[in-house]
Design a protein around this ligand. Sequence first.
Ligand code: HEC
Length: 159
Amino acid sequence: MKAPSPSQMFASIFAVLIFSLIAIGAPGSHKPPAPADTQSTPDEPSMVSGPGLILASVSVDLPDDAATYPDGPNVDAMNANCTACHSASMALYQPPLSSDEWHKEVEKMRNIFGAPVAEADVPAIVAYLTALSARTKAGENMSLIESTAPDDATQNAGP
Ligand code: HEC
């Protein structure tokens, strides 16, 4: 068999090239692949409802971060000074403390954690927290009051 001449080689390479370009198709002639299933499902629905049933996604590991300080005298001092770093849960989940103990707690926030609490606001904060403890002792569950979280019925929904 005779070795192919350069022009024959060129012709066959050209033919292969044309053939592959036709096989590949014009740019844009391919449809993008269908999106994967994970992409077509909506992102993390926070609430799904059906007849007689509402399922809400709630965090089970952390204190309720939407918790706010229950209304009461001096609550403004709390909202101004004690909401920057953590939710009200930090205070609401404490056992009832005395005025002195709350004072130490507020000083700890200021001195150890660097909370920018004005000296002048400390008495109002301690008074608020002490009143909160009195309500806790009286049997109120402060962590459930004024919470903006979904109510208990939805959290406990399950089999
Ligand atoms: C500069 C940020 C900051 C501010 C502002 C702040 N805290 Fe805290 N707080 C912290 C940190 C950090 C912790 C410790 C969290 C941990 O232990 O995981 C904490 C924890 C707490 C705890 C839980 C008990 C403890 O000692 O760990 C309570 C109660 C509390 N804070 C109350 C308050 C009150 C009341 C105020 C307003 C005077 C306040 N915090 C403002 C940072 C802050």
